[in-house]
Write a protein that binds this ligand. Structure first.
Ligand code: LMR
Length: 328
């Protein structure tokens, strides 16, 4: 049989076309918490929606529980393009040089989620996301988790009870100062290593929203939790900017749509997930749960609010004032 050059070329082009038509973009989405948490569930939700809305052009692979990277490495991996998407806690952007994110870590800066959402959905939130661009990162959304409680192996009632303990914290200078304000010793430890650090006595105490506390089994190694709700922990969903800008515009639009839906879902389930987690801790019978009196909480607030002024040089006076103004 004889083939003309043209027919061979046509076949080759067809074959190449078929390959292009079936090429699938893979987004590796790495995170450090369990699947059964607000962030874990929202990441899975986004993966499913992204597949549906792009009609299979994009496959999102979610790697939970620090399976790929721990806290610090995941930021580096994103910038290098080894993963495309993350949702680090807002307390982990300081080491990237974007210190303004630490405004979210200031103790008692938000009284409730409504106040927080005024920031995350308003100009302050948009301004913060913009600051990531120069780091090769595009910010897509803020996802809720919840308000943190302190835990330790001794009861935490009066401010004096917090003194002298070693605390695992996230990599935030504001959190460092928070612990020092209580007379404690802060130690930055990756989330995935926290259980072991508590178990072996490297640290004595920590702070978490209930969903993280329960799913990492910290109730097995912390005898007391105090429902202090003294600060907030939430996330920014971020992507490698070069990767994102390189996507076809229609696909990017579909992914933005998937992200909008995932954000609504994340923020809708976060409170319930945390309530259920604390209920599960209660049921386990392993940790005593204490609700501080109004006086005890006021005393804790009094001890921690000076952190705002102390850290204003680092975070920026303006952004703190903007948060005060927006939250009334
Ligand atoms: C922590 O390190 O405590 C949290 O940032 C973990 C997370 O992602 O919720």
């Amino acid at each position: 049989m004889r083939f003309s050059i043209n027919s061979i070329l046509a076949c080759a082009l067809l074959a190449a076309g078929a390959t292009v038509a079936h090429a699938q973009t893979v987004i590796k989405f790495s995170h450090v918490v369990a699947q059964d948490t607000p962030k874990g569930k929202a990441a899975e939700f986004f993966a499913k929606k992204a597949g549906e809305l792009t009609q299979g052009k994009v496959k999102v692979e979610v790697y939970a529980n620090s399976a790929l990277y721990k806290d610090k490495e995941e930021m580096e991996a994103l910038q290098l393009g080894s993963v495309q998407m993350l949702a680090p806690s807002l307390a982990k952007f300081g080491p990237l040089g974007v210190k303004e994110f630490e405004v979210f870590d200031l103790p008692f800066i938000f009284d409730n989620r409504d106040e927080l959402h005024k920031i995350t959905t308003g100009p302050v939130g948009a301004g913060l996301m913009k600051k990531l661009q120069s780091r090769g990162i595009t910010g897509l959304a803020f996802w809720d988790n919840g308000f943190k409680d302190f835990s330790a192996n001794r009861p935490l009632h009066a401010v004096a009870d917090y003194k002298g303990l070693k605390y695992r914290i996230q990599s935030s200078k504001v959190l460092e100062e928070e612990i020092r304000a209580l007379g404690g010793i802060p130690q930055v430890i990756a989330f995935g290593e926290t259980y072991q650090a508590l178990q072996t006595g490297v640290v004595d105490a920590t702070e978490n929203p209930p969903s993280n506390f329960y799913t990492q089994k910290m109730h097995e190694v912390q005898k007391h939790v105090s429902l202090t709700k003294h600060g907030y922990l939430g996330y920014a969903v971020i992507v490698n900017k070069k990767f994102w800008d390189g996507l076809p515009a229609d696909v990017r639009g579909q992914l933005e749509d998937a992200m909008r839906q995932a954000t609504a879902y994340a923020n809708q389930i976060a409170q319930d997930e945390n309530d259920q987690a604390m209920e599960a801790v209660r049921k386990s019978g392993k940790t005593t749960i204490y609700t501080p009196t109004a006086e005890e909480r006021a005393a804790l607030k009094k001890a921690l609010v000076p952190v705002h002024d102390k850290m204003s040089g680092r975070i920026g006076k303006d952004i703190i004032q903007e948060v005060y103004k927006a939250t009334g």
